[in-house]
Design a protein around this ligand. Structure first.
Ligand code: HEM
Length: 283
């Protein structure tokens, strides 16, 4: 129950963070840790969007600390550092959130803030997956396995997506499937390059999953993951369509929030599949 709630809270927190950016409410509370000098700020819709993100962050943080302490007690010495890393990153993330506001949303810091949130999310999934009945046991051959690399690929793409967003490159290629009327724009630099890289990596991920889908019909090793690979492939198709939707709706916040939601769903499936290959099933 605690583990599921913590995962759910972090899911919501990341999506709400995207809504805050989408509604340009990031500076609605111009100070930190208080909001307009108060614990409970005066009512205005944008203040409450930003304020609810802070409150949800605090609740999710408390859940994570409780879960981390519970897991630290039962993990073997080699894995006891995972909950500690999660709590340390959480503390850094809270401070970074304060700096993001006080420094008026600098592009690099907001991107690092989102990327750190993704790492914390991955660690929350670790703490939620490995419990009393499923202890972690990573071996060198499964540590860098296929699902590790797939998870990493999508995490990098998500971080790049955040950079697209915070560097203002969302509409640098305003058309689709071409970019500024070209398959490869002649002047590939600045925000056009950033946007183009995000799209290109999406096509690479798409191609990788088509290959895996075909290969899972031939390979005995991959056969048992066929359903999962098919599910992720479907989500990638939806994600690409949402990417097109972001451009056509000119960054409508509901579509960007859905884009983040699907990204988290893909990461959730891939990382949990990777973890499931690294468990010791008996206590
Ligand atoms: C595997 C595929 C993809 C993943 C995992 C992914 C993930 C992400 C993530 C996590 C963000 C950050 C959103 C935020 O910070 O709130 C983002 C932003 C963005 N993505 Fe993607 N994306 C993918 C494919 C695409 C494609 C194919 C396109 C375009 C056709 C696209 C267009 C965009 C745009 C325009 C933004 C910036 C939105 C803004 O400025 O508000 N994405 N992406």
């Amino acid at each position: 129950m605690l583990s599921k709630s913590t995962v759910g809270l972090f899911f919501l927190l990341l999506i709400l963070g995207s809504v805050v950016t989408g509604l340009e409410a990031g500076l609605a509370c111009p100070d930190w840790p208080l909001c307009h000098g108060k614990v409970v700020p005066p009512f205005r819709w944008d203040i409450y969007v930003e304020f609810s993100h802070r409150v949800l962050g605090a609740i999710a943080g408390i859940f994570l600390v409780i879960l981390a302490f519970k897991r630290r007690k039962i993990y073997s010495p080699a894995y006891k550092k995972v909950p500690i890393i999660a709590i340390t990153l959480l503390a850094i993330q809270v401070l970074m959130g304060g700096f993001v506001v006080m420094l008026k949303l600098p592009m690099n810091l907001t991107t690092i803030h989102f990327s750190t949130a993704l790492i914390i999310f991955s660690l929350v999934l670790f703490l939620a997956y490995f419990d009393e009945s499923r202890k972690p046991k990573f071996s060198s051959d499964t540590f860098f396995g296929l699902f590790f690399f797939l998870s990493l690929l999508v995490l990098v793409q998500a971080g790049l997506g955040a950079y697209v967003r915070h560097s203002g490159a969302g509409l640098a290629c305003p058309d689709f499937p071409k970019c500024l009327g070209f398959w490869v724009p002649p002047e590939l630099s600045g925000i056009v390059l950033t946007h183009f890289l995000h799209r290109s990596l999406a096509y690479i991920i798409f191609a990788v999953f088509i290959f895996l889908l075909i290969y899972s019909n031939i390979s005995d090793q991959l056969q048992k993951y066929k359903k999962k690979i098919g599910m992720v492939f479907g989500l990638i198709v939806i994600q690409i369509l949402l990417g097109v939707g972001i451009i056509h709706t000119k960054l409508f916040f509901v579509v960007t929030a859905a884009h983040v939601f699907v990204a988290l769903l893909i990461i959730y499936i891939l990382i949990n599949t990777w973890y499931s290959k690294n468990k010791q099933s008996t206590v």
